[in-house]
Design a protein around this ligand. Structure first.
Ligand SMILES: Cc1cc2nc3c(=O)[nH]c(=O)nc-3n(C[C@H](O)[C@H](O)[C@H](O)COP(=O)(O)O)c2cc1C
Length: 202
């Protein structure tokens, strides 16, 4: 069988992928927009049932990062109620400014074709994994955050998401400044797989 791609290279991208956090980025170093578009193009190739293409992205960079930082901090302050935490609020103001780009991840629900909601969330998560792998291939760092205002209903409107849609978090990207451990820790795959290669019905 002809192998069309460099599988070793691909395995190494997948296995060396890490979540790299904003404090590990080179502050102020900006990734060219063309690379961000490549990352988004690959997100757009994710599998999706009934071709609903539910992923939606809002990209913040340059002055947009300060706009996003203030936006998430003020939504958090306004709607966190008794869960308000001063340290978390400060992080929301600081973190975006350490990144080159922050991408808000949305799931746009296609109610008409009656797909279970979870399928549109899964398709969007596939899109995010494509982004992760592309970022790794470029030698950059990224992480997916579902902290902050991700699950605040009041936040959706700022990312062009309606009542049926979901905000699924924020994808931070930057040049890596601090070394990190690879690969990430995992228990053996054999512990998570049941393998049936004979007829076990009684
Ligand atoms: C859906 C999702 C949400 C996550 N949200 C957060 C988060 O809010 N804060 C955080 O520190 N890490 C978050 N992470 C990163 C995980 O902690 C990380 O993937 C895990 O520790 C494994 O490390 P690795 O990605 O380097 O393999 C999230 C990951 C996923 C997939």
């Amino acid at each position: 069988m002809e192998v069309k791609y460099d599988v070793e290279q691909f395995n190494s991208i997948v296995r060396n992928r890490r979540s790299i956090y904003p404090y590990q980025y080179e502050k102020g170093k900006v990734i060219p927009d063309e690379i961000i578009w490549q990352i988004l193009e690959n997100a757009n190739r994710a599998p999706n049932h009934k071709q609903t293409e539910p992923w939606r992205f809002t990209v913040f960079t340059s002055e947009g990062l300060a706009y996003f930082a203030n936006l998430q901090a003020s939504v958090y302050k306004q709607y966190s109620g008794t869960n308000f935490n001063k340290g978390r609020h400060q992080k929301l103001l600081d973190y975006p400014l350490m990144a080159s780009h922050v991408i808000a991840i949305g799931m746009k629900r296609n109610v008409a074709n009656k797909l279970p909601e979870v399928e549109e969330i899964m398709a969007t998560a596939c899109a995010v994994e494509n982004m992760f792998l592309t970022v790794t291939a470029y030698g950059l760092g990224c992480y997916w955050s579902t902290a902050s205002i991700t699950y605040f209903e009041e936040a959706k409107q700022y990312f062009d998401l309606g009542n049926d849609d979901k905000l699924l978090g924020f994808f931070y990207i930057g040049y890596v400044a601090k070394p990190f451990e690879i690969p990430s820790k995992r228990k053996a795959i054999q512990e998570k797989v049941k393998w049936i290669d004979k007829n076990i019905s009684t």
